[in-house]
Design a protein around this ligand. Sequence first.
Ligand SMILES: C[S@@+](CC[C@H](N)C(=O)[O-])C[C@H]1O[C@@H](n2cnc3c(N)ncnc32)[C@H](O)[C@@H]1O
Length: 214
Amino acid sequence: MKTKEIKQFYDHWDVNKLPKYMKDIIDFADTLIEEEIKDKISGFVLDAGSGFGRFYNILKDYDTIYLDISLNLLKKHKGDKKVVGNLLYLPFKDNVFDTVLCINVLEHIGIEGFKEIYRVLKRGGKAIIVFMNKDCLFKEEIFFNFDIFHKPLSIEDFKGYKIIYKKSFYFFPPIFKIFPNLKMIFKFWKRIDKLLSKFSKRGNFIILVIEKVE
Ligand SMILES: C[S@@+](CC[C@H](N)C(=O)[O-])C[C@H]1O[C@@H](n2cnc3c(N)ncnc32)[C@H](O)[C@@H]1O
């Protein structure tokens, strides 16, 4: 795959250089994700593809290892246990983590990346994953109008695993491109997100919690 290209891209990635509307969307999306995941974490944790540590605040009170392919991003990360590594070849033994977080990473790697996550999870351990949804209602790819390999996944790709929680998130990025100062809409968004949740598999992003059973 295009691991070298992805590493180079993220080595030079700087969220502060993105247009304001994108930063607002990312902040908002991360708030939603944070609310979803904070009560699902326990024990010994791996943040796989941690980047510069957006979720550090909710992980810092756990024994957490932060792994990323980009040394540059890890240098900006506040965590103390950091590992430069490739999610496709995790440098850990089988069955060691209680929780593995993998947020907005698998779309760069593909479903093969999940096999490694599953391998390093303890039996009964939980993988919390967020990924771009191939089956979303609105096809605009909000975080990715830049040149980097990404391939959205579908819930169907996780067939055979024990999914104990799923939810999808909705965003309307085209609105923000045309009217970039519509940040006000975020205030009401949670209600809209709830209404849309009847199309439960069609949001831009999916969050799954998968429990290891074997
Ligand atoms: C969109 S960012 C998400 C970062 C972080 N999880 C977050 O939500 O803010 C994707 C991250 O995946 C990392 N990544 C991409 N491919 C990887 C791989 N094969 N192994 C480890 N990390 C990888 C990138 O370096 C980048 O930090």
